[in-house]
Design a binder for this molecule. Structure first.
Ligand code: MRU
Length: 379
C-alpha cells in the first residue's frame, strides 16, 4: 500500500503532555487533570478539590489509561488526607471507581499504606497526609522512569524480531503521555522507533466506541511528527491480509498470573489476526499492571459500560443534542440494547512478548512473569 495513506504529524508541540499535576494554590491543594473527554477539540483542565470529583473524572474517562489511573488514585488519597476528609472512605471510593485496570487499586493502596504507616509511627494527621502525598509523587516519578525503560526494551525487541527497521506498527486504544507519568507504554516504544528512524508508519485503530485511538493516539502521534494513519477497527483484518502490519504494540490494564492480558476491547481480535498472519503481538506494560493475585483471564472483572456509548455518538466534535440517555446523537433506534464491554482478555499463548521496565517476558509463562515481578521488588 502506498505511503499516500500516511499522515505526517505536523503539530510540533512537546510530545510529553502533562495529563495530571498536583498544585497548591492559596485556596488549598488541588489535582489538575487534562480532561481527555474534550480532546482533540479542546485542551480543557478539570480541577478536583476532593475525592468524589476525582471518582467522577475517572468514571467519565476524563482521566484514564492504566498507569495514569494508578497515579490519579494515589493523588486522590493524598487529596483527601491533605484536605482533612475521611481517607478510608476516599480510598474505597477511588479504588472502586473502575474495576479492570489493576493500577488504580495499586496506586490507592500505595498512598493509603503510606498514610497508615505514618500514623502508626506516631505521626499526626499533617505528617500522615504528607506521607500520602510523597507516596503519590514517588509513584508518578517511578512511572515516568518505567516508561523510558519500557521504550528501550521495546525498541531492542523490535530490532531483534524485525531487524533493519522500517516498521509498520499497528496499535489500539491510547498508550502515550496521556496515560502515563512519562511517554507511555506501547506508544513510547513506537516513539522510540520513530526517533531512531525505524518507524515507517503507525497504524492507529480508531477504537470504538469512545474513539481513544482517533481522538487521543492520533493527537499524540501528530505532536510527535511521526507518520501515522487512522483506520476503523473493522479495517484491521484487510490491513493484515495486505501484508501491511509488521508488529502489533498494545498496552494492558491487567496482566494475570498466567500471562493473560486484559486490555481495551478489540485487542483480542488483533491477537488472533496477528497469529494467523504470523505477526508479533507485543504487550507493553509496567510491572504495576501485572497482578499475580489474579490467577487467570477468566477471573478478571471486565467493566461493562453504558449502552448509550454504542447507540449514540458523543465524540466531542459532534454537537450534543437532547438530554435523553447519554445526550448524544442517536445512531441506533431508541431503546436498542447494546453489548459494551470496555475490555477483552487475550490468552498468553497469543502474546509474543510482554515488555516491562524490568525486561522482556518471552515466551509468556507464569514463571517468567513472576520472575520479572520479583526483580522489580528487589530493585
Ligand atoms: O477505558 P480506557 O480508555 O481507560 O482504556 C485504556 C486502555 O485500554 C489502554 O490500552 C490501557 O490502559 C493501557 S494504557 C498504557
Amino acid at each position: 500500500m502506498a505511503d499516500q495513506y500516511a499522515h505526517s504529524g505536523d503539530d510540533k508541540r512537546p510530545t510529553e503532555i502533562p495529563a495530571i499535576r498536583w498544585e497548591e494554590p492559596p485556596e488549598g491543594p488541588v489535582l489538575v487533570l487534562l480532561d481527555q473527554t474534550r480532546l482533540p477539540v479542546e485542551e480543557v483542565e478539570l480541577v478536583c478539590t476532593d475525592a468524589p470529583a476525582l471518582v467522577e473524572a475517572i468514571r467519565s474517562l476524563a482521566v484514564r489509561g492504566a498507569p495514569l489511573l494508578g497515579i490519579a488514585g494515589a493523588y486522590g488519597v493524598a487529596l483527601a488526607a491533605v484536605r482533612g476528609f475521611d481517607v478510608e472512605e476516599a480510598a474505597v471510593a477511588l479504588a472502586g471507581a473502575r474495576p479492570t485496570a489493576v493500577n488504580l487499586a495499586v496506586g490507592v493502596r500505595r498512598a493509603r499504606s503510606a498514610h497508615e504507616a505514618a500514623l502508626a509511627d506516631g505521626g499526626d494527621v499533617r505528617q500522615a497526609a504528607a506521607a500520602a502525598l510523597a507516596a503519590a509523587r514517588q509513584l508518578h516519578r517511578e512511572d515516568a522512569e518505567a516508561s523510558g525503560r519500557m521504550a528501550e526494551h521495546g525498541l531492542a525487541l523490535l530490532e531483534e524480531l524485525l531487524p533493519g527497521g522500517g516498521h509498520r506498527i499497528l496499535t489500539h486504544c491510547n498508550t502515550g503521555s496521556l496515560v502515563s507519568g512519562g511517554e507511555g507504554t506501547a506508544f513510547a516504544v513506537a516513539l522510540a522507533a520513530h526517533r531512531t528512524g525505524r518507524l515507517r508508519r503507525l497504524w492507529v485503530d480508531e477504537t470504538r466506541p469512545l474513539l481513544q485511538g482517533a481522538r487521543l493516539t492520533a493527537y499524540e502521534a501528530a505532536r510527535s511528527g511521526m507518520a501515522y494513519t487512522l483506520l476503523t477497527d473493522n479495517a484491521a483484518g484487510s490491513l493484515f491480509a495486505a501484508g501491511e502490519v509488521d508488529a502489533v504494540l498494545i498496552g494492558a490494564d491487567r496482566i494475570t498470573a498466567d500471562g493473560s492480558v486484559a486490555n481495551k476491547v478489540g485487542s483480542y481480535p488483533l491477537a488472533v489476526l496477528a497469529r494467523y498472519h504470523h505477526v508479533p503481538f507485543i504487550v507493553v506494560a509496567p510491572v504495576t499492571t501485572v497482578d499475580l493475585d489474579t490467577a487467570d483471564g477468566a477471573s478478571v472483572e471486565v467493566e461493562q459500560r453504558p449502552g448509550h456509548e454504542v447507540t449514540e455518538v458523543t465524540a466531542p466534535q459532534v454537537p450534543v443534542v437532547g438530554a435523553e440517555a447519554g445526550g448524544g446523537i442517536a445512531v441506533a433506534p431508541l431503546g436498542t440494547q447494546a453489548y459494551n464491554p470496555a475490555f477483552d482478555v487475550t490468552p498468553a499463548e497469543l502474546v509474543t512478548a510482554i515488555v516491562t521496565e524490568e525486561g522482556v517476558v518471552s515466551p509468556v509463562t507464569a514463571e517468567a512473569l513472576a520472575e520479572v515481578c520479583a526483580r522489580s521488588r528487589r530493585a
